[in-house]
Design a protein around this ligand. Sequence first.
Ligand code: 5GP
Ligand code: MG
Ligand code: MG
Length: 188
Amino acid sequence: MDQLEDMERILWTEVEISARVSELAAEISEDLKKSKVPVAVVGVATGSFIFLADIARRITIPISVDLVRVESYGLGTESSGAPRLSSDLKIDVQGKHVIVVEDIVDTGNTLSCLVSHMKSKGASSVSVCTFLDKPTRRKVNPELFGGGTFYRGFECPDYFVVGYGMDFGERYRNLAYIGVLKEEIYRS
Ligand code: 5GP
Ligand code: MG
Ligand code: MG
């Protein structure tokens, strides 16, 4: 069945996403080209996997890449509010500038947990690069996000969105666009 039928509407198309990711990668490359410390790009599995692959290929400075896994949502559309690090870094981030790459920042709980974690591992500074930002539901202040820069692709209205890595019950991650799921899909 075509997954497009499950969408209420499309917020960003593949072409729009691609253009914005290029801009973000250029901004990050420019900001960090004179960095005196190594740069580590850390994606948050599973949701950031497509964004991570796209942005990493367009960043033009040397970086290392790693993944962490955080569980906060379970299968529904509401955050449990208690993110749990279920898979840690492989690389050593001691003395490095870490860029945490996220699919979407909602309450900010996941991110604040990750930023503290990177600092506890000795990161010299932590920036955040999120594809989407839903500021209306924020519970944790972005100023607490590590002293580095807060990069974001798009500001997202307060809908539950899927695609470009983001799921509902592990579905829709493979969509090349960002869509709002029909309410009948996530209420059923
Ligand atoms: P936070 O801890 O900021 O409340 O939630 C962050 C995580 O919740 C995101 O990394 C993402 O995995 C998930 N999330 C938040 N909003 C949405 C949404 O609209 N759609 C999907 N699919 N996941 C979301
Ligand atoms: Mg995420
Ligand atoms: Mg999820």
